[in-house]
Design a protein around this ligand. Structure first.
Ligand code: AP5
Length: 205
């Protein structure tokens, strides 16, 4: 079972690399940003509530996100592993996922008879990239693909939200000895090589 949590600022390459890792390990890529954008496009209640926050570059309130993630993780394809991209995004979300996994692992261990420590490993990866490179990547994507939140003012706000609310998770996972830092400031292929090596090392440790 491979379970990966991907941390990193906007534009670090989480989405790009998560697709590759999902393919390599044959696990679903679960991106809260993609799920939210699809809800916005379908004009669902959730999408309409989320859109104002997303357009400004603020986090969507936890009460909208947590049920959405719980529902996605309960689906059949997520029972043997996953890669979470863009979640958790603050300490409350990390505490929620930790509690949910403790319950999940306990019932899995009971039903399979496997030792809990064999199945409960969650690998956390943090992708590091300097701010100026992030801004350049996202401005370019904004010009190419027209994503609403990829304009310089909103990008800078997203980076500030990342520093204030998401970066504390680095310490949260470091304290739990789950954190693996990977240099995201290389070519896409080079980052993939680094990531596969970090994940395999963590799985074998
Ligand atoms: P989300 O969709 O998660 O956006 P993000 O975190 O801002 O991440 P990005 O998609 O911008 O960057 P990425 O790291 O995935 O990089 P990518 O691979 O795309 O969230 C959007 C919004 O939804 C949030 O602001 C919030 O409102 C809401 N939201 C989502 N999750 C939430 C949650 N859990 N709680 C509350 N709110 C939530 O790459 C970026 C660009 O760089 C691409 O063009 C790519 O081609 C290029 N690139 C990638 N790697 C490289 C490389 N190595 N070299 C050169 N270019 C590269």
């Amino acid at each position: 079972m491979v379970q990966i949590i991907f941390l990193g600022p906007p534009g670090a390459g989480k989405g790009t690399q998560a697709i590759r890792l999902a393919e390599h390990y044959q696990i679903p890529h679960i991106s809260t940003g993609d799920i939210l954008r699809s809800q916005v496009a379908q004009k669902t209640d959730l999408g309409q509530q989320a859109q104002t926050y997303m357009d400004k570059g603020d986090l969507v309130p936890d009460q909208l996100i947590l049920d959405m993630v719980k529902e996605r993780l309960s689906q059949a394809d997520a029972q043997t592993g996953w890669i979470l991209d863009g979640f958790p995004r603050n300490v409350a979300q990390a505490a929620f996922v930790e509690q949910m996994l403790i319950q999940h692992f306990s019932s899995l261990a009971e039903s399979s008879g496997a030792p809990k420590e064999d199945i409960e490993q969650v690998i956390v990866i943090s992708l590091d990239v300097p701010d100026e490179t992030l801004i350049q990547r996202l401005v370019e994507r904004g010009l190419e693909r027209g994503r609403q939140d990829d304009n310089e003012t909103t990008i800078r706000h997203r980076l500030q939200v990342y520093r204030e609310q998401t970066a504390p998770l680095i310490e949260f996972y470091q304290a739990r000895q789950q954190l693996n830092k990977v240099n995201g400031n290389l070519s896409v292929d080079e980052v993939t090589v680094e990531l596969l090596s970090a994940v395999d090392k963590a799985r074998n440790s």
